[in-house]
Design a protein around this ligand. Sequence first.
Ligand SMILES: [Fe+2]
Length: 282
Amino acid sequence: MLLAKPLSDVLGACIEGLDLSQAMDAEQRQGLADALHRHGFVVVKNQSLTASQMVSFARQWGRPSPHVIDTFHHPEDANILMLSNVFKNGQPTGLVDAGTYFHTDYSYLDDVARCTILHAKDVPAAPNGTTFANQAKAYADLPSEMKVKIKDLVVKHHYGNRDDLDKQSRSVASVLNAEQAQRVNWVRHPLVRLHPFTGQPALYAVSGSSFGIEGMPDDEALDLLRELAAHATQEKYCYTNNYENGDVIIWDNALLLHSAPLIDLTRPRTLWRVTVLYPSMH
Ligand SMILES: [Fe+2]
């Protein structure tokens, strides 16, 4: 039986005494999935995974999917994206800033991400963490008139941060090259999405990749999305998780928005990331 210790009233749980380099049995897998769906993210302490062990762990959740930015794949396994501010021979070894604004991973794709897994390999002392915002709680607290208004709305998404498109800014979405940009298109997702495993409703990607709403003029749609984003990222829905070396964190992209910290470029910081799609249902 896994013991998931809550990190706050709003989000997050921590698990100790689990070795993710070993295959989990069915009961452990279910326990970890239940903790993820209940708490939004789970931190497993004191791990030291190789690239192939991390990807094997990721496969227990669904299909790993390499990021559209293919410049910084791990040399041993392309499913791992290197997040790092370390330079070798004058060349960056990873993506430095990755999503320093509220967003959810892969909301700009038809196949959205079930969860994202980070493994802290070399992180500076806190504060160094990701801020998460609980979108199920934010939805539950909306006035009933707003719930009725947004019930069947469909949102138009595209890669990028709708509130910052300046390519020089550090809160723009990581800039794509021409070939990468060709691989992202407009996609549509419900504004209120039911969790694929629990059925719980949550606001989905009201910040980040959401640029419009079907059947609504763009200025009106942006006003509504911004109003919902301001509501959904209030401090009462947020928790910032600081990382320690060896942490493996798994977060549920159906339940949360998240925002990465602006990195202090003078302090080395390297994490590995795998983004996982839902398992094939057929
Ligand atoms: Fe992200």
